[in-house]
Write a protein that binds this ligand. Structure first.
Ligand code: FES
Length: 76
């Protein structure tokens, strides 16, 4: 099971974090493959330049896009 934590703090939400979370939550192909959670803020690097941030198995992805997150999930 891949641990995925999506930051839904202000900067990250504004920059697309919520859409990433929404996709991951509702994609049936990910069911049973990921443990999905949210964080209010990772308390680092949350400047707009780096948002949104998503953690996949403890590795923080900056300027996260759905493609980057899905690739990280596939790598495990
Ligand atoms: S708001 Fe997302 S890391 Fe701070």
């Amino acid at each position: 099971m891949v641990e995925v934590i999506v930051c839904v703090g202000t900067d990250c939400s504004y920059k697309g974090g919520l859409q990433i979370y929404d996709f991951l939550e509702h994609d049936p192909s990910l069911e049973g493959r990921i443990n999905l959670a949210t964080a209010k803020c990772f308390n680092r690097a949350c400047k707009p330049d780096n948002a949104p941030l998503v953690s996949v198995n403890g590795k923080i992805i900056g300027r996260a896009t759905l493609d980057k997150v899905l690739a990280a999930i596939t790598e495990g």
